[in-house]
Design a protein around this ligand. Sequence first.
Ligand SMILES: CC(C)(COP(=O)(O)OP(=O)(O)OC[C@H]1O[C@@H](n2cnc3c(N)ncnc32)[C@H](O)[C@@H]1OP(=O)(O)O)[C@@H](O)C(=O)NCCC(=O)NCCS
Length: 141
Amino acid sequence: MPPEVREIVSDEEVAATYPVMRQLRPHLEEEGYVERVGRMRGEGYRLAAVLDDGRVRCVAGFRVRDFLYTGKHLYVDDLVTDEHTRSGGHGKLMLDWLADEARRSGCGQLHLDSGVQREGAHRFYFREGMRISSYHFIKEL
Ligand SMILES: CC(C)(COP(=O)(O)OP(=O)(O)OC[C@H]1O[C@@H](n2cnc3c(N)ncnc32)[C@H](O)[C@@H]1OP(=O)(O)O)[C@@H](O)C(=O)NCCC(=O)NCCS
């Protein structure tokens, strides 16, 4: 069976995304991960995964939002492919699914922030037709 993208809903499925999510978010402890995702779900956060032979190969966290400046859009919080299976097309499969999900939800755009050091990811986003639209400012409090 070819790899497929599926929205992740049950606690068991959420737990199975942890080993891949941790590769992008190493500060996240396994303990409490499922509960945290459950809490964030209440704020609109959702997870999807690329599954290959039942194994999680790529994970995305996302949400649909509406902002005055841009209208309804799908925002990608997290996107990561298992380090052992990168450059195999899983990231593209996921990004295409996210764009389809955005269209299904009535969104006009896909948005994400990417750390300035993530040059490989930036190449991937440019290749997939994305562009840089703004600076993202942060102040530690
Ligand atoms: C960015 C990321 C999610 C892309 O996922 P991926 O599964 O490797 O993506 P793809 O395989 O679809 O495409 C990536 C590369 O593989 C190549 N590729 C795509 N399909 C391919 C295929 N079928 N066979 C071989 N190579 C392929 C592409 O040319 C691309 O190369 P490039 O990065 O040099 O431009 C992944 O590299 C990753 O997890 N990076 C670390 C975490 C990270 O930075 N995440 C982004 C946070 S903003």
